[in-house]
Ligand binder design. Sequence first.
Ligand SMILES: [Zn+2]
Length: 115
Amino acid sequence: MKSRRAMRRVVLSSLFEHLEQRFGVDWSRDRFVDGSLSLPQIDALLAYKSDPRIEELRGALGRLERGTYGICCCCKARMPASVLEQDPARRFCAECEQRYLHHATQHDMQPSAFL
Ligand SMILES: [Zn+2]
């Protein structure tokens, strides 16, 4: 597991890229990604930019602050950094995701039923 600081940077990079693509933001990438923005400051910047991906990444930042980042929400296993770098907002380990996807398809459930 990488340091919390390193993972925060990965989450923020992902968030910044999304904001750039989706909203064409013109903030300084370095300030956003490497700055010591607090969660309330980030929330202020994100205000009115409602978007599911932003919610996911915002949730990841919250978990970083609470110290639960990278831990599967279902089985509490620690996820490898390589997996988190692929999707920094990931909440479930590969096993649980597979089980969940299988379950969801079988029972026609919405993802929200699991959150
Ligand atoms: Zn799991």
